[in-house]
Design a binder for this molecule. Structure first.
Ligand SMILES: Cc1ncc(COP(=O)(O)O)c(C=O)c1O
Length: 379
């Protein structure tokens, strides 16, 4: 069977974990945690970053730093993970869901603009499949309306927009190192901001609202409670694992991009038969090979296609249940636009296996199985 996802291990994780154990320094913000932040910042054109327990925690931290207040509206795509909206709801804010573009599958900036009200405080674009949203348009809308932009870059580490790294385009960004991501730590994430004062505040919030980081750096003689906060630190053992993964981010990204290119070359033929549509990647966007997806034509029953692919030994999956139609989405948020393309992606988007250890032969096996299954179902 070709599984949908296999986390890639680089080999040196266990040595790093042993070294962390030997150091007897196991809490957060220790050597490996700082090492991850140094490595990540290199990918972010030297923008500082903070390792946190998950992409979800990074989004929650960003929403605290943004100072969202009860009743504040934050515009985001409906086609995303619950964490994007939860982070806003936990501040008492209201997620306003808008549609995606049918080509890029990213939030439609014209829908974002139309959804702005006097209560809007922020925009939360999600870089779906690692493809960076139209950030020029989004940042212009934000600038005109004095809104904070938080990039949900959970899937986008190693992607670029006009040569600029994902995560450095808005005011703040969140990354994920969940086991399905390009580099993994089981569960971990990272926060980054381009504003130095917001970075300093995020450090305090991460440390239970204390200025412990300043104390460790020898800038104050004792530390105390100075702001709201939580425990958004990642444990040293997790960071030791992640540090090893970071050292291979370059080669992992290259391999995933190769696999995605291989898939896209094969799927182009299916697209020309009208069976499916590929995600369109604009010229100025460099994608990180995170997800291999396509949107099946309406004549296909996606679940039946997935079932038949599994019978042929290929595990595939769908993705998000659109948030505007979910139980919590209806309770805590509202739809700010029509949702034609979101609803189509919700019912027709198919994700194929992709991971650094997938071989070219296996990619061909997946393409062959998909050809057979779609051929059968197209009749
Ligand atoms: C778009 C998006 N945002 C946020 C998250 C949350 O990341 P984590 O699982 O690290 O909490 C995910 C996770 O898959 C995601 O896909």
């Amino acid at each position: 069977m070709i599984p949908f996802n296999v986390p890639h291990l680089v080999g040196s994780e266990i040595d790093n974990i042993s070294a962390a154990l030997k150091s007897r320094q196991l809490s957060g913000d220790r050597a490996y945690s700082k090492g991850c932040e140094t490595q990540l910042s290199k990918w972010l054109s030297d923008q500082p970053s903070l390792v946190v327990p998950s992409g979800t925690a990074a989004l929650e931290l960003a929403c605290i730093v943004a100072d969202f207040q009860p009743g504040d509206e934050v515009i985001m795509p409906s086609y995303t993970f619950s964490s994007t909206a939860n982070a806003v709801v936990l501040r008492g804010g209201v997620p306003v869901f808008v549609d995606i573009l049918p080509g890029t599958l990213n939030v439609d900036p014209s829908m974002v603009e139309r959804a702005v009200t006097p209560k809007t405080r922020g925009i939360l674009p999600v870089h779906y499949a690692g493809l960076v949203c139209d950030m020029s348009e989004i940042c212009e809308i934000a600038h005109k309306n004095k809104l904070v932009v938080i990039e949900d870059a959970a899937q986008a580490l190693g992607s670029f927009y006009n040569g600029q790294p994902a995560g450095t385009l808005g005011d703040m960004a969140a990354f994920s190192f969940h086991e399905t991501k390009n580099i993994v730590a089981g569960e971990a994430g990272a926060f980054t901001t381009k504003h130095d004062d917001w970075h300093a505040r995020a450090q305090i919030i991460r440390e239970k609202g204390t200025n412990r980081a300043e104390f460790i750096a020898g800038q104050v003689d004792k530390y105390s409670w100075v702001d709201v906060g939580s425990s958004f630190l990642a444990a040293e053992i997790v960071c030791a694992f992640l540090n090893a993964q970071f050292s291979h981010l370059d080669t992992i990204t290259k391999r995933r991009v190769e696999i995605l290119d291989h898939y896209r070359a094969g799927l182009k033929d299916f697209e020309s038969r009208g069976w499916l549509a590929l995600q369109t990647v604009p010229q100025h966007c460099q994608i990180n090979g995170h997800i291999a997806c396509c949107v099946l034509d309406d004549r296909f029953d996606r679940e039946a296609v997935m079932r038949d692919l599994l019978e042929k030994g290929v595990q595939t999956t769908s993705h998000y249940v659109p948030l505007h139609s979910s139980t919590a989405g209806r309770k805590f948020g509202r739809a700010g636009s029509s949702m034609i393309h979101t609803d189509r992606a919700g019912s027709q988007l198919l994700r194929l296996p992709i991971y650094a250890d997938l071989t070219d032969v296996e990619v061909d096996t997946v393409l062959h199985a998909l050809d057979e299954v779609l051929n059968e179902h197209a009749r």
